[in-house]
Design a protein around this ligand. Structure first.
Ligand SMILES: Cc1cc2nc3c(=O)[nH]c(=O)nc-3n(C[C@H](O)[C@H](O)[C@H](O)COP(=O)(O)O)c2cc1C
Length: 292
């Protein structure tokens, strides 16, 4: 029986949903599938696996740093069949290209590439009242993910794979945003600049719990202190029930970019959005509120 490993990173859960659907598709074709969520420790080594899948959300038009580090840590893949799936809320940028090229560079043999939309809990958008792709992945995307898994199993039996084209590069503005939030700047600069409003912080520890990089520790008062492995996912700031955290992405520097992204996404007829209110760590959908 073919043994497959799917390694994925997820914060909001949508990449996990697609990982499960692909696994279901593979299992229906007699594959044994191990799923590994990167938030729960180091992925297993690849010995004994005949197929590797990598799943990720798009973070500021690129892969999350954690995924990049994993790709860099992989051994020479020596022709191992590999596939990539990614979730994006608005524009995926070159994320897929980066991951696919990294795997090919490691000697992987690509057998599939799959994209789906996923509910976009990017704090800057929520604060402006928008949740893009609120109902994604949809049932039909999850069906497609299952079909993708079945198709990969067929490809492993010798059916020819026609490699998909690379995604087109993002616009200059998106590339500038990606540059302004690059790993080096986050590690050497932004990591130090998370700010906690001492009077508001109740030392509840939620920021520490939601950090996917376990990058937050507490000081003597129980207030958060950030290390240098920040992924800039902003979940700490987003989930804080007393709005005590201010990340550098909330500085006025980024405001025009976020406003531009919202404007672009709103004017893209293929992107659905819901109006929301985000306060005290919770996102309330206004359409759902009205229905009640
Ligand atoms: C910090 C952050 C940055 C994001 N950047 C992008 C982006 O550049 N382009 C995009 O299409 N979606 C972006 N998204 C949306 C996510 O890729 C999308 O919502 C995905 O479904 C989240 O996956 P998860 O639920 O598995 O965490 C971003 C989300 C977060 C939290």
């Amino acid at each position: 029986m073919a043994k497959s490993l799917i390694v994925y990173f997820t914060q909001g859960g949508t990449t996990g949903q697609v990982a499960e659907a692909i696994a279901t598709g593979l299992r229906s074709k007699e594959h044994q599938v191990d799923l590994h969520n990167m938030s729960y420790g180091e992925p297993p080594n690849l010995d004994g696996y005949s197929l590797l899948g990598i799943g990720l959300p798009v973070y500021i038009f690129r892969p999350p740093f954690k995924v990049i580090e994993y790709l860099q840590s992989l051994p020479e893949l020596k022709g191992l069949p590999v596939f990539v799936f990614l979730l994006h809320g608005t524009h995926p940028g070159e994320t897929g290209n980066i991951v696919r090229d990294a795997l090919t560079h490691k000697g992987g043999h690509e057998v599939g590439y799959f994209k789906a939309m996923g509910a976009d809990y990017f704090l800057g958008y929520l604060q402006r009242g928008y949740l893009f792709s609120p109902n994604n992945p949809t049932a039909s995307e999850l069906d497609s993910a299952q079909a993708f898994g079945r198709n990969i199993a067929d490809l492993m039996m010798g059916i020819k794979y026609i490699k998909q084209d690379h995604d087109s590069p993002p616009s200059f503005v998106y590339r500038l945003e990606r540059f302004l939030t690059n790993k080096w700047l986050v590690k050497c600069f932004y990591s130090w600049l998370f700010f906690v409003k001492s009077k508001k912080c109740t030392s509840c520890g939620i920021c520490m719990k939601v950090c996917p990089a376990r990058n937050i520790t507490e000081n003597k008062k129980g207030h958060p202190v950030w290390g240098r492995n920040c992924l800039l996912c902003l979940y700490c700031e987003m989930k804080c029930p007393t709005e005590a955290i201010l990340s550098p992405v909330s500085w006025p520097l980024f405001s025009p970019f976020i406003a531009y992204n919202v404007w672009k996404a709103r004017n893209n007829s293929s992107i659905v959005h819901a109006r929301v209110i985000h306060e005290r760590g919770r996102t309330k959908r206004l359409d759902q509120a009205q229905k009640k």
